[in-house]
Design a protein around this ligand. Structure first.
Ligand code: BYC
Length: 319
């Protein structure tokens, strides 16, 4: 009882819960679920953009894209490490991902059909990610909050590179402008879905807000994203594909249309345009990497044996 009261006090005082602190089982489970999904999203999120690395239009664009995709791998790594502080096993989480037993963000189940998609993903997808993740720098679990600080810094670079790429294309030819508009048309609604289902249908929000794992609800963040993005779209010269999008002076926010939640649940349930392809690719990479993991484990075991031997020698020498 004392332990639970101490946990509640820590959370209420905006202090961080640390790995060795007592925490309710549900809190630990929720964190592992959310952080693992987040880690999987970063790793699966490398695929849609990775698709364009070999076809980037210039050396500069290729270097930028390589750096960005590499950053996503790093984000996955910090996040898997954060789940390990909660007692999860990274290998086990990867198994769950490739067996379809754990989720990753719906957004990565849409194909990247043109190079403009690299810019649109940076602008809209990383833009949505920043909206969602900046508040997570104040999440109640210490290792997650600290991982998010670095991730958010890198996400800002990702968002900027996307917007700059689209700006460049929009000042190009009519065909390039049309390519950007077509890409924005495809990614707008899936980007709004990234924030999760409407609050009334969100099974986890209430408890996660009470534990201060989540700092805002799905609808609050979706609204913030729309308000932030509309002026950027105007400056860019693209039309957001929502006839209901309009400034509401009374609310001080933009009104916007309802995303197709049936489509969202289909995608989350594994039936999106590229779910099967994404998971198959991840499974193949995991299988192909088997020898690397075996070699690394054998090397670590050999080093431990060698260190053990030199310790014995040192002890014998001292004696
Ligand atoms: N896609 O109760 P709810 C990135 C699931 S990476 C799939 O509201 P919660 C980037 C949800 O898991 C972006 N599933 O859930 C990377 C739950 O199912 P379970 C990833 C979704 O957790 C590379 C059910 O629906 N960011 O930005 O309270 C390149 C009910 O939802 C989705 C993060 O993961 C979805 N969109 O709230 C570029 C951020 N939405 O688990 C960019 C951290 C919901 O009960 N995560 N579901 O079976 C979060 O902030 C929260 O987990 C969410 C969902 C807001 C996403």
């Amino acid at each position: 009882m004392d332990l639970e009261a101490e946990f509640e006090r820590t959370v209420a005082a905006e202090h961080r819960v640390e790995p060795r602190d007592w925490m309710p089982d549900g809190y630990r489970k929720t964190l592992i679920r959310q952080i693992a999904q987040h880690a999987h999203s970063e790793i699966i999120g490398m695929q849609p953009e990775g698709n364009w690395i070999s076809r980037a239009p210039s050396l500069r664009r290729k270097a930028i894209l390589l750096a960005k995709v590499q950053d996503e791998a790093g984000h996955g790594l910090y996040l898997y490490a954060a789940t390990e502080t909660l007692g999860a096993d990274r290998g086990d989480l990867t198994e769950k991902l490739i067996e379809g037993r754990q989720k990753y963000s719906s957004i990565f189940n849409y194909p990247t059909l043109s190079y403009a998609d690299v810019g649109t993903i940076g602008w809209l997808v990383d833009g949505a990610a920043i909206c969602n993740q900046v508040p997570l720098c104040r999440t109640s679990y210490g290792p997650y909050a600290r991982a998010m600080i670095r991730i958010c810094k890198e996400e800002s670079f990702h968002q900027r590179q996307g917007y700059e790429l689209l700006m460049t294309m929009m000042s190009g030819t009519d065909a390039q402008r049309a390519m950007v508009q077509e890409s924005v048309d495809r990614f707008w609604w899936p980007s709004l879905m990234m924030f999760g289902p409407p609050d009334a249908e969100s099974s986890n929000t209430e408890q996660s807000m009470a534990w201060r794992i989540k700092r805002n609800t799905n609808d609050e963040l979706r609204q913030k994203f729309v308000d932030m993005t509309v002026p950027q779209a105007e400056k860019l010269g693209v039309t957001l594909p929502d006839p209901e999008l309009a400034w509401n002076a009374e609310r001080g926010h933009h009104d916007f249309g309802r995303p197709d939640w049936d489509e969202f649940w289909q995608v989350v349930g594994g039936n999106g345009p590229t779910n099967a392809q994404r998971v198959a690719h991840r499974r193949k990479a995991h299988d192909d990497g088997e020898w690397v993991r075996a070699a690394a484990a054998a090397h670590a075991a050999k080093r431990a044996r060698d260190e053990g031997r030199s310790e014995v020698r040192a002890e014998e020498g001292a004696a």
